[in-house]
Design a protein around this ligand. Structure first.
Ligand code: 6PG
Length: 243
């Protein structure tokens, strides 16, 4: 078995990962102080089952939908109805009878290109937060969900790309993605992604053994920068862990 990151929890399979993540998310948003809670959603394929579970009859009554606001950790710069769009993935996963109030789902604008979209989304986040500087003692998010790419990226922070080093802007353009889909992206930056009471990294499948092994070997992959975040938990299934 691959040595796992600190604060990793081994799950039996993808379904177990999704269920554990749903329980964690519900605990985070119900324990959140203040009148609103903020969750940062990850894209790709891994979290789809989690989002569908939250909207399912089994879980839907346990989520305080009226007080949770949902943001995106990154998105592809494509129309929101494009099969590559994380907005489309999330909308499909929450379903046509989505329990999410339309004003609570904050999409990353994709119609003005990566640079303008990153600036616009940073402004959206700052308006919600009520300041343009992140206070370490007042996290922006109650929970940030992240995935792990087979190259060790997370959100759209790819190895060797400028956005990974960005420490001032809250969101950054990624004109050239580091792996498929090779479309421009917009991503939250590390300071924003780690301004969280809790970070949950979901990792399923044998295809993630390589990045997990590289992290265990100490490689400075983008996901490593998240691994040291406050309150990070990894949910890793047995296939990914090589268990
Ligand atoms: C994206 C995601 C990305 C994803 C990883 C893992 O927009 O693609 O934000 O960071 O989490 O690439 O993707 P899978 O879950 O599809 O393996």
């Amino acid at each position: 078995m691959i040595p796992l990151p600190a604060n990793a929890r081994l799950t039996a399979d993808a379904e177990s990962t999704a269920r554990a993540a749903a329980e964690h998310l519900i605990e985070r948003v119900t324990s959140a102080t203040g009148e609103r809670a903020a969750v940062c959603l990850s894209g790709g394929t891994t979290p789809k089952r989690l989002y569908a579970l939250l909207a399912s009859p089994e879980f839907v009554g346990r989520v305080p939908w009226a007080r949770v606001h949902w943001f995106f950790g990154d998105d592809r710069v494509v129309p929101w109805d494009d099969p590559l769009s994380n907005v489309r993935m999330v909308r499909e996963a929450f379903g046509h009878e989505s329990p999410v109030p339309s004003t609570h789902l904050h999409f990353i604008p994709s119609d003005e290109g990566p640079e303008a979209g990153a600036r616009a989304y940073a402004a959206t986040l700052q308006a919600f937060y009520g300041a343009d500087t992140l206070d370490p003692d007042r996290p922006l998010f109650d929970l940030v969900l992240l995935g792990l790419g087979s190259d060790g990226h997370t959100a759209s922070l790819f190895p060797g790309k400028p956005a990974l080093a960005e420490r001032e802007a809250w969101a950054a353009p990624v004109p050239e993605a580091g792996m498929a889909p090779f479309v421009p992206r917009i991503t939250l930056t590390l300071p924003t992604l780690t301004s969280a009471r809790s970070v949950l990294v979901l990792v399923n499948g044998a295809g993630k053994q390589d990045p997990l092994r590289r992290l265990a070997d100490g490689e400075d992959l983008p996901a490593r920068h998240v691994a040291s975040a406050r309150g990070v938990t990894w949910l890793i299934d047995r296939d990914a862990a090589g268990a």
